[in-house]
Ligand binder design. Sequence first.
Ligand code: CTP
Ligand code: CA
Length: 219
Amino acid sequence: QSHFADGQALAGKHILITAGPTHEPIDPVRYIANRSSGKQGFAIAAAAASLGARVTLVAGPVALDTPVGVTRIDIETALQMAAAINAALPADVAILVAAVADWRSDAAAIKIKKDGNAPAPLALVENPDILATLAASPQRPRLLIGFAAETDHVLDHAQAKLARKGCDWIIANDVSGDVMGGSHNRVHLVTATGVESWDELPKQAVADRLVSRIADALT
Ligand code: CTP
Ligand code: CA
């Protein structure tokens, strides 16, 4: 839009982002989690804010500073992440980058002690799928983007997820190498019309490129 300066291509838009892992307590000192540094999601939040968007970042436990101009909501569990997303709606765009733990356990109130016997098996319950829930919600953002970190058959899994979850784009990456916690990422933008594979780039460059594609898609 010509009346906006370049730096304000997302002015007036609310962009909701999840990032980092979730932690699902087993007892007060132990938890289940996915590997995630939060770097890619935080980089996307920074990029969106720098284009003038109002950014809400729902963050799991990570060791990262809040990007300038971003409203950050810290959560620990998947259920808390789902509630924070609900409370932050409506949004024009949601980008769910978080590595949500797929299962939770009923946390013990006090620390479980080892006693030399085999531990009791953990009873696991599946967490709600925040992305799929948002896709089916009356408050579905106009542009809904998921991530898929895969170790094998990356594009097949990503295309299946796009269809299964009802989102608009999936950003897929291969995590069989040492991407986790690293500073670079090689991603594929998977949409209903095809796959676009980007070169390996610093995570901030991936974020800048994604956010500029989002700005294009909204105009
Ligand atoms: N996601 C979510 N809520 C969950 C699980 C995943 O919102 N409970 C989102 C992630 O943030 C990501 C996308 O869904 O944007 C894909 O996550 P992923 O773990 O790859 O998908 P799953 O359906 O959980 O499949 P998998 O068995 O490969 O873990
Ligand atoms: Ca999962």
